[in-house]
Ligand binder design. Structure first.
Ligand code: NAD
Length: 257
């Protein structure tokens, strides 16, 4: 699969799944725009490293996905957007009556509303280019629920609905819009939780991963950022031209339960 000549913007891509997706898109030949809200030297160095490794143009653009004007400015500043991956996301866990209002607002803004803004800004560019792919990173929690994650689950169900709507609005054009629904993915953030979980449950690593962290993932294996990146590249391939308005689960069987 060659994405040479395409420009991909991946929101929230200086770590974890977003970085994994950016790497696989660059490996497939796309020029990539990395993003986060941080704007550290390391962010620009990461872009230079990827550019060197894959021989494509990689830039870092700072933009805060909790702010609508920043979301739209990211797309405008990139100047082109053939592939848009809405990945930026945060989480907060609390019972609904104790859920801090500012956390609710931030989760809905970053995990859902940002995709409305970036999509609205990117679609005219895709139409002009005559080709476009929008990939929204939802979650198994875009299709199922768990207690204490009300904002996250509302946002992830919301982004599945947004993906379907954008797919219908672009159905007769060479543009597709889909959502990937990962189960538990082994990112540095998740890896860092393992020692604490081992202590809290007095279990060894394998047992805590199997019995606690992957309790709802029948494969008993984490998904990897490379697999989410590979699924994104597939959705950008010619084979996926008629795949639009749907979800692809990468969850080891979670949603089959
Ligand atoms: P992560 O914390 O490693 O990455 C989140 C990214 O979003 C980072 O690059 C961070 O800089 C960026 N970000 C956060 N707030 C931002 C803001 N205001 N503006 C711009 N960027 C911002 O987490 P991750 O696990 O890689 O998660 C990435 C996406 O995948 C999220 O949408 C998450 O909900 C989803 N997801 C993760 C898992 C998992 O198990 N890790 C499972 C399902 C879905």
């Amino acid at each position: 699969m060659s994405l040479t000549g395409k420009t991909a913007i991946v929101t929230g891509s200086n770590s974890g799944i977003g970085l994994g997706i950016a790497r696989e898109l660059a490996r497939a030949g796309a020029d990539v725009v990395l993003n986060s809200f941080t704007d550290r030297d390391e962010d620009h160095a990461l872009a230079a490293e990827l550019s060197q490794e894959f021989g494509v143009n990689v830039r870092y653009i700072q933009a805060d996905m909790s702010r609508g004007d920043d979301c739209r400015a990211l797309i405008e500043q990139a100047g082109a957007c053939d592939i848009l991956v809405n990945n930026a996301g945060i989480q907060h866990v609390a019972a609904i009556e104790a859920f801090p209002v500012e956390k609710w607002d931030a989760i809905i803004a970053i995990n859902l509303t940002s995709a409305f803004h970036t999509t609205a800004a990117a679609l005219p560019m895709m139409r002009k280019a005559g080709w476009g792919r929008i990939v929204n990173i939802a979650s198994a929690h875009g299709l199922t629920a768990s207690p204490y994650k009300s904002a996250y689950i509302a946002a992830k169900h919301g982004i599945v609905g947004l993906s379907k709507t954008v797919a219908l609005e672009t159905a007769e054009e060479p543009i597709t819009c889909n959502a990937i629904c990962p189960g538990y993915v082994l990112t540095p953030l998740v890896e860092a939780q393992i020692p604490d979980q081992m202590k809290a449950h007095d279990m060894d690593r394998d047992t805590v991963v199997r019995e606690v962290m992957l309790a709802r993932q029948p494969s008993k294996e984490f998904a990897t950022v490379e697999q989410i990146g590979g699924t994104t590249v597939f959705l950008c391939s010619d084979a996926a031209t008629q795949i639009t308005g749907t979800t692809i689960s990468v969850d080891g069987g979670w949603t089959a339960l």
